[in-house]
Design a protein around this ligand. Structure first.
Ligand SMILES: Cc1ncc(COP(=O)(O)O)c(C=O)c1O
Length: 423
């Protein structure tokens, strides 16, 4: 019995046991073949079992499986750091520290920001998601299930509203808004902590777990400007949006903002646990010698896979593949929006989309139960999706960037059938 082995707290969206997978198709022990529109939760841009990644891992496995970066550095570690440093939209000379998971990288980024500024406070956003460790669940902007029961939470971590335009926290419509969401940070400085006590603002360019919330254009550049004017570091969490998920290699590209620190994870190791903190040289160097460390961080297999992945993404896959998927999804969801009364909003970029489900379009009453039913119905049709969102009413689509037009069309046909059978 699974429940005798696995704690209740590990919630699994889908029943069954995965046994093998290729491309977007995943087989279960129970004999199903499912179209995996989660990409292992945003981890596999090339889908499952890409032979080029497999080859990079097996080639490396025959040479060096593990070495701790404290003991001696290895070639794939340095090669990946070099590739990342050249790829990020930051001034030349960005330095990179490799670790194991997105949450760990967020922890490190905050450690770096506090060391670099000598300031204590950190600001995140309502609905933001940054992981489940003590500090990152504190930074995550949703009480249940992330923060509840974790008290005492980490100190000096604060939240301000995110520009969730479909449910504007200030009750404005996009037409009459004038970006009132800027008030969130301004009020925070006025009421909670003055800017000179704030080390960093941590932001996702598009909130993922929070419900695929895309901020209005102009918001991120403004945030960058306020940070710069006040000596606050801008930490951009690209764990989910990075590496081509939203179109460009990094979602922050094109915003005209240079982050002080970027956080990468998920796709970075080609399926092997790997994450990175990337920062301006002098910012990263504010952590004293021996301050950084991680026994497994920057594992040779993950680094080799990451190098190969970046080569493929930069070698022409990005931004074409995610843009192609964006075209297919946005065209189809436009039809759904016109037909399905309970589809309140559709948002996304590239291969990262959210369908926000409501009981009533006018009142926008969030419906987590419709989201659960749609996830279930899609599964019955052979498509694996998950839900999320601040109100748990957003069905999320995170297909591999490598999905062909036919595979994507098939997946969308199945979701359409599922939509037609509810309620
Ligand atoms: C934006 C963001 N940051 C951090 C994390 C945490 O990453 P991990 O689960 O690898 O710790 C996630 C995971 O979903 C994420 O989406």
């Amino acid at each position: 019995m699974i429940s005798n082995l696995i704690p209740k707290g590990l919630y699994t969206f889908h029943r069954g046991i995965a046994v093998e997978a290729r491309g977007p198709f995943l087989k279960t022990q129970e004999g199903e073949t499912l179209l995996d529109l989660t990409s292992g939760l945003g981890v596999l841009p090339l889908g499952h079992g890409d032979p080029r990644i497999w080859e990079a891992i097996s080639h490396q496995a025959q040479r060096l499986v593990h070495q701790c970066s404290h003991v001696i550095l290895h070639r794939p570690y340095l090669e990946l750091c070099g590739r990342i440093s050249r790829a990020v939209p930051m001034e030349k000379g960005a330095k990179v520290f490799l670790c194991n998971s997105g949450a760990e990288a967020v922890e490190w980024a905050i450690r770096v920001a506090r060391a670099a500024t000598g300031r204590p406070a950190v600001v995140g956003f309502h609905g933001g998601y940054h992981g489940r460790t003590h500090l990152t669940s504190t930074l995550t902007g949703r009480a249940k299930p992330y923060r509840k029961g974790g008290q005492p939470l980490a100190q000096d971590v604060h939240h301000i509203p995110f520009p969730y335009c479909y449910r504007c926290p200030w009750g404005r419509s996009p037409e009459g808004c004038a970006q009132i969401c800027r008030e969130g940070l301004e009020r925070f400085f006025l009421v909670e902590r003055p800017p000179e006590e704030v080390a960093a603002v941590v932001v996702e360019p598009i909130q993922g777990e929070g419900g695929v919330v895309v901020p209005p254009s102009g918001f991120i550049p403004w945030l960058g400007q306020v940070c710069r004017e006040n000596g606050i570091l801008l930490i951009v969490d690209e764990v989910q949006t990075g590496l081509g998920r939203t179109g460009p290699l990094f979602a922050i590209e094109g915003e005209g903002v240079e982050p002080d620190i970027m956080i990468l994870g998920k796709a970075l190791g080609g399926g092997i646990p790997l994450a990175a903190v990337v920062g301006r040289g002098e910012v990263m160097d504010s952590v004293p010698p021996s301050g950084f460390g991680s026994t497994f961080g920057g594992n040779p297999l993950g680094c080799a896979a990451g190098c190969r992945l970046l080569e493929i993404l930069e070698g022409g896959m990005v931004p074409d593949a995610p843009k192609r998927i964006e075209g297919l999804i946005s065209k189809r969801t436009e039809i759904w929006r016109a037909k399905v009364e309970w589809l309140g909003d559709v948002r996304g970029r590239g291969a990262m989309w959210g369908l926000e489900l409501v009981e009533d379009r006018e009142k926008k009453t969030a419906s987590p139960s419709l989201a659960r039913r749609l996830v279930q119905k899609c599964r019955e049709k052979g498509v694996m999706v998950i839900s999320g969102g601040l109100y748990r009413n957003v069905v999320r689509l995170l297909p591999p960037l490598s999905m062909s037009q036919e595979e994507m069309g098939l997946a969308l046909d199945k979701i359409e059938e599922a939509l037609g059978e509810i309620p």
